[in-house]
Ligand binder design. Sequence first.
Ligand SMILES: Nc1nc2c(c(=O)[nH]1)N[C@H]1C(S)=C(S)[C@@H](COP(=O)(O)OP(=O)(O)OC[C@H]3O[C@@H](n4cnc5c(=O)[nH]c(N)nc54)[C@H](O)[C@@H]3O)O[C@H]1N2
Ligand SMILES: Nc1nc2c(c(=O)[nH]1)N[C@H]1C(S)=C(S)[C@@H](COP(=O)(O)OP(=O)(O)OC[C@H]3O[C@@H](n4cnc5c(=O)[nH]c(N)nc54)[C@H](O)[C@@H]3O)O[C@H]1N2
Ligand code: SF4
Ligand SMILES: [Mo]
Length: 839
Amino acid sequence: MSETKGSCVGLTRRGFLKTTGAVAGVGAVAGAGGPALQALAAAYEPGQKEGDGEQVFRGVCRPNCFGFCHLNVHVRDGKVVKTSRAPYNEDCYTRICQRGLSHVYRIYDPERLQHPLRRAEGTERGAGEWERVSWDEALSEIAEKIQSIQAHYGEGAVAFLTASGNQSAGITSAYSRLIALLNASSVSACLDMGSYYGMQAVAGLYISPLMGLQMWEGNEPTDAKNAKSIVVWGANITDAQVQNWHLIKEAMQGGTKLVVVDPVFTQVASKADKWVSIRPGSDTLLKYAIMNVVLEKGAQDVDYLRQHTVAPFLVREDTGMFVRRSDMGIEPVPTGDVDAATGREIVDDPYMVLSGGALVPVSEASEPEIEGSYDLGGVPCRTAYELLKEEILKHTPEEVSKITEVSVEDIYELADMCMDTPVYHYEGYGPQAYNNGAHATMAGLTLCALLGNLGKPGASYGAFWGVHMGVNSVYTAPNGPSKGFSIPSVDLKNVVETGQFAGQKADIKMLWMYSANPLNTHTDTHAWTDVIIPAMDYVVVADSVMTDSARYADMVLPIAQWFELEEVANAGQCSSLHHNEKAIEPLYESKPDTQIVSELAQKLGLGEYFTLNNEEILEEMYNTDMGKALGITMDDLREKKQIRFIPGDAETDPHIAYKDGAFGTASGRFEFYREAPTVRALTTKAPTPEEIERERMPHWFPPLEAWPENELYKKYPLVLMSERPRFRVHSQWFSVPVLRELDPEPYVKINPVDAEARGISDGDYVECYNDRGSAVAKAVFSNAIRPGVLVYPKGWQMTQHKAGGWSELSSTEFDAFAVNNNFMDVLCEVRVWNEGGGR
Ligand SMILES: Nc1nc2c(c(=O)[nH]1)N[C@H]1C(S)=C(S)[C@@H](COP(=O)(O)OP(=O)(O)OC[C@H]3O[C@@H](n4cnc5c(=O)[nH]c(N)nc54)[C@H](O)[C@@H]3O)O[C@H]1N2
Ligand SMILES: Nc1nc2c(c(=O)[nH]1)N[C@H]1C(S)=C(S)[C@@H](COP(=O)(O)OP(=O)(O)OC[C@H]3O[C@@H](n4cnc5c(=O)[nH]c(N)nc54)[C@H](O)[C@@H]3O)O[C@H]1N2
Ligand code: SF4
Ligand SMILES: [Mo]
């Protein structure tokens, strides 16, 4: 193992052994002869006690890896000695991984923050010099800053930023309540939003009767076995969604074929029946080429298009809007109902479709025509399907092959598999991480709608991920929602630079980050260190370890670890609520976020709103009338440990998306054509008329940066892509010795052709760089990487690199509609690292 820079986490072999010893000293590796993972993984039966005096608590592993695995947290003498697999109510979700098995190292991490830290007086932010302060001093100072900043710059000048470090009800509700009462601003993370926005654009949102919002609405992964083929679009399942890999494998054992479309020959690709290597950023085109073959073969599902999509709707050429009855001069009829969302009266003004050459309201046509045109008093109109067909016919396999670098034969073969339905399309988050990424999702779903490959067992497109919304909204906003700004994180730099947001003056002067490490996990570290942070009068970070973001704070607050408090995890791929018991007292001086917020509130004169302790907050959140009606109260959760918030059963009756043929769109149909595209979130950028036009249908346009036609390509000819390693979830687990032994330091995978052209040898330290920044890592030769592409496993803190950090290279540029972090839309160059030398 080599030495890495930085005081926090640079572990030499000697340092590593010393650390392991220190952890073992507090009883970490019970019964294990050493830190070997095998020993940590010793089998445990549910409820089994290892020995006298051992207590086993139910824990929930809750990083944003989507797994939310249930754990036994084994406690002896008030110390966690081990974590092991605990039973999920549904067997198919009972599982654990190497991260779940190594929690003891996180709890007793020597790097764990023990008490509040204030940036040492006279030192620069990021210098890493701290002084210990008491909680009373820390919270008094923070309260004084909040009050003085709000008095000077307005209430919205204080902003809270969170990401996906821990999606749980207690923490979320406590901060939401404080933000609402302070009228503070929120900075929202823009992670995976290309995929989310793309899905919502064409298919809308699904809200389950049990108050679950399916943010990513596909068939449950346990349904993959019902498909003839699984087509993976840029998902690294064996490493990034390891909890689902056994479901894919079981499907394969039952005869389901696996195809992987990925620029990289990933681990999943190596297990597949077919791997299709694609040029990064071009998935939308490949999907159009497949649709082209579908039309060529006449394989489209006319009935599905007619009944469940906007195919038969007529589109006016002049306005781009669907033809309604009012376009024929018939006044809309008031229904007497009011739209809850807009407060507007609902009128009856039906969409008109062609039937036997005449226009009729859609409900009156049993077999509306999906092809054809109509002259509406001089305004030409065509069916939405005609418009889609026109776009599809532009993208022949031959043309698409030239751009995507997928062979024509492969396009036909893939098209054949897609047409042999049901097909389970498993979309990951690679294709959406480009500026054009949302359209890859829109096109994928459109391909499925064209084939009627939705709403049936085995027939699905996308990902699957839910969040429970049945919380007590009076608790989270007792006097109504905050009047502060809601700023997407990719736009924060622009807001700080212009002092404007959504047409108003916006002076953001204080940032409080929790469950987030944006200087590491969001794009363009220098946007944070050089623009955003310097513009702040005050920066607070609440975390359990010294992260890249915490290093730049003025005050760092130590939080209690996951098993040191009771919590309810309320999101994830299993679409369940999960109960996490408190197993031990918070270590050192650390406190749960809920307690930190309550104690601060006392100092802010908001004490009357924060009289409940952590457990009582959870009861307040779930013991609602709705909770009682749904059988989801805190008592239910404490007893059952896991409660599914969508109907069905994972094993015997998996969730099938769009089963009833209805979609959460304005028309209630699948909208491959949209009348009035709207942005996902307000930003400082307004979409241009061309962008609005483009947004109506899935459309391919080149990535913003990572494309050969880009001028920058001459200087930076390599596309820089990330992958999620099995050793970390984002930046979490970064300092766990047993995992560091397997994965000691940052590396970058490079095709030998690219390396040799630059005089790079396998194992050299190399510097990847562009105009925004650089990162130094070890070069690992790999023929699994396409020439012209570099791949780095993400999530190292900057202090773990010899120099720089991966997020220095990406940009905060974003698409005005999807408002997403473009993690893969990055160009760079690489050279042998010249330590101490300049460029
Ligand atoms: N161990 C671990 N697990 C995790 C996480 C973690 O940090 N660590 N993070 C979690 C989170 S929040 C998320 S969002 C998920 C992400 O889950 P995944 O999306 O499965 O994870 P990635 O490793 O980003 O894999 C993306 C894949 O897309 C490919 N790709 C890149 N560009 C393109 C393209 O243009 N087209 C195609 N077809 N493929 C492309 C990449 O080569 C890569 O194989 O993982 C979750 N699980
Ligand atoms: N290069 C590159 N970067 C990426 C991606 C990529 O594909 N490529 N993917 C992105 C995606 S999809 C995601 S979702 C993000 C995730 O981005 P983040 O959410 O910022 O990442 P994490 O490292 O999981 O969590 C942040 C911090 O939350 C802290 N935390 C955990 N539990 C608690 C708690 O209870 N209270 C408090 N106060 N803090 C807590 C952790 O210790 C950790 O330091 O990463 C993104 N970053
Ligand atoms: S890290 Fe994810 S997959 Fe691993 S045990 Fe935790 S929740 Fe499960
Ligand atoms: Mo994510």
